[in-house]
Design a protein around this ligand. Structure first.
Ligand code: NDP
Ligand code: 2IT
Length: 453
């Protein structure tokens, strides 16, 4: 069987066995096709049937979560934890609370996480979880009761050497706090079973900032390798959550000009540069809407989501040198890619997971726009999560500067690994191919070492 036939057989089997899981299929298709140069060179991956094995999670946990709303009524949601791969270490990956969550979305995120975590060079396997619970419009007490009920089931499946969840969309400092408190209540143990914990009780310096800062470090590596730098560059950023906020903060400290942010209702364009204090006050403190930003800064404009024509997103029609999609999957489509190319954008760096649609990626590559793929560009978050696990295990607490320096080095290593691997397999400059092959090879070789399990 040729490499091409093998890849197509596995993808066909996924479609049959996981019908309707479109995001999972999209993620698998991108990874598997890009592995062909490796599979052609070394038959052992086909002989050991690694692809068929790696696309099936080791364990999938789906459970009912019942919680009491403020009116005293029982409400229900679905809870998930997909333990995808423990080949390189304990399952590691975030929890997402968003009404769009379903098994296909959690599987796409868990599948990507395997290779992202391998790329960090640290000993962590891949997993993901979450719920279709929508934290928006809920009181703190409702979020707490939901989160406690979620942990009432999750606690029996996690552990510091087994599975260590963290945050993702809709799961931040507040939710991690409630989850940790409930785990401790149920088990009587204070242990590092979650990352993203508060600095006062077991968290790591720099974890809050890590994904955004790491994404900016990664972009700077790409630009430097091509004779450019972020300093002085106009940057567009989508999203206004954890990743977007700390992308904007680091861009400013490096002398770039981030001019946008967005949320699920609209986009802010602030040509003189986003005011980070205002953004943090609206989103981190008040959990408000970006409409408020335009009221406070009259030289900024606000474009409501549904007022934007052509099926694109307002944020990508803003001229920029570098674009940082940092909100959610498939948020940058072909219409958007055409706008970016027309305005002379040089680099798209993915802060979110799979934010760029496949046709948009192809268009950007055809037009020589540099591309930082998510599983490399946003790996800083999970890398610092592993540093949090290391600090918990050794009962140490490292300074901000110490963790930031390690993060900087990890992002540089990920870039070098992806860059060199792309070149070695005949796709110089293609970091998608480089990241996929390098991440896969690490996991696949270890799977072969560990036997057919
Ligand atoms: P947050 O919940 O902190 O922020 C998410 C942001 O994206 C919000 O501004 C939200 O808008 C917007 N958003 C979410 N869903 C949609 C949607 N369907 N349509 C439009 N806008 C949407 O999440 P994070 O910043 O943590 O995560 C952002 C992305 O980064 C995700 O893809 C996540 O998987 C990825 N990521 C996160 C890491 C982390 O450490 N947190 C690590 C690596 C990747 P609103 O405010 O209106 O809800
Ligand atoms: O997508 C991701 O890498 C995350 N949401 C962070 C996972 C983690 O375990 O820190």
């Amino acid at each position: 069987m040729t490499a091409q036939e093998y890849v197509e057989t596995v993808l066909h089997d996924i479609q049959v066995s996981s019908p309707g899981q479109v995001e999972f299929y999209q993620a698998a298709e991108e990874v598997l096709h890009s592995l062909r140069p490796l599979l052609e060179e070394d038959p052992k991956y086909i002989e050991h049937n690694i692809l068929h094995r790696i696309v099936i999670p080791e364990r999938t946990i789906i459970f009912r979560v019942v919680w009491i709303d403020d009116a005293g009524k029982p409400q229900t949601n679905l809870g998930y934890r997909v333990q995808f791969s423990s080949t390189l270490g304990p399952y590691k990956g975030g929890l997402r609370f968003h009404p769009s969550v379903n098994l296909g979305i959690i599987k796409f995120l868990g599948f990507e996480q395997i290779f992202k975590n391998a790329l960090t060079g640290l000993g962590i396997g891949g997993g993901k979880g979450g719920s279709n619970f929508d934290p928006k419009g809920k009181s703190d007490n409702e979020v707490m009761r939901f989160t406690q009920s979620y942990m009432n089931e999750l606690y029996r499946h996690i552990g510091q050497t087994h599975d260590v969840p963290a945050g993702d969309i809709g799961v931040g400092a507040r939710e991690i706090g409630y989850l940790f408190g409930q785990y401790k209540k149920l088990t009587g143990r204070f242990e590092g079973i979650l990352t993203g914990k508060n600095l006062r009780w077991g968290g790591s310096n720099t974890r809050t900032e890590a994904t955004g800062y790491g994404s900016v470090y990664f972009a700077e590596n790409i630009l430097n390798a091509n004779g450019m730098e972020l300093k002085g560059k106009t940057c567009t950023v989508s999203g206004s959550g954890n990743v977007a906020i700390y992308t904007i903060e680091k861009l400013q400290s490096m002398g770039a000009i981030p001019v946008s942010c967005s949320d699920s209702k609209g986009t802010i364009h602030h040509p003189s540069g986003i005011n980070i204090e205002t953004l943090k006050a609206i989103k981190e403190v008040n959990r408000g809407s970006l409409e408020e930003y335009a009221r406070l800064h009259t030289d900024a404009t606000y474009v409501p989501l549904h007022s934007y024509p052509e099926g694109g997103h307002a944020v990508w029609s803003i001229p920029c040198d570098v674009a940082f999609p940092s909100a959610t999957q498939n948020e940058l489509n072909l219409v958007d890619a055409k706008h970016l190319v027309a305005h002379g954008c040089r680099l798209v760096n993915e802060g979110a997971n799979m934010p760029t649609t496949p046709d948009a990626v192809a268009y950007l590559q055809e037009h020589d726009v540099f591309f930082g793929p998510a599983k490399a560009a946003n790996a800083g978050g999970v890398a610092v999560s592993q540093l949090e696990m290391a600090q918990n295990a050794s009962m140490e607490h490292w300074s901000f500067a110490e963790v930031d320096t390690k993060l900087f080095e990890i992002m540089k290593n990920i870039f070098n690994t992806a860059h060199e691997t792309a070149e070695a397999y005949g796709h110089p400059g293609n970091l998608i191919v480089g990241a996929n092959i390098a991440g896969f090879q690490k996991v696949a070789d270890a799977m072969i070492d560990q036997g057919a399990v």
